[in-house]
Structures are given as structure tokens and as C-alpha cells.
Design a protein around this ligand. Sequence first.
Ligand SMILES: [Zn+2]
Length: 55
Amino acid sequence: MKVQKIEEEINQTKNHLSFLENSLKEIQENCEHQFKGDQNFERCLKCNKVEILYY
Ligand SMILES: [Zn+2]
């Protein structure tokens, strides 16, 4: 594999990753969360968002 090709793939992967992260963030921001969990943390059943609970 040539260096240039590797760099190209790294950049494409970064772009793809940031696209995925934004998609996830958007889903989680618009989710009507339905949390389920224990005393330490709970996770939304719909979007997998995790809330840490401190007491
Ligand atoms: Zn949710």
C-alpha cells in the first residue's frame, strides 16, 4: 500500500466517522429517552444514550 493511498483512506475514514458521530448525536438529541438501569447509570432503550447518576 502506498503512503498516499493510506493517507487518502485515513481521511475518508475520518470523514465517515464524523458523519456517523453527528448522525448519532442528532438521533440522541431528538430521542424521547426511555431510560432503564440501576443506581449508577441508566441507558436509553431507544438510542443507547447513557446517563451517569451521582448520588
Ligand atoms: Zn434516547
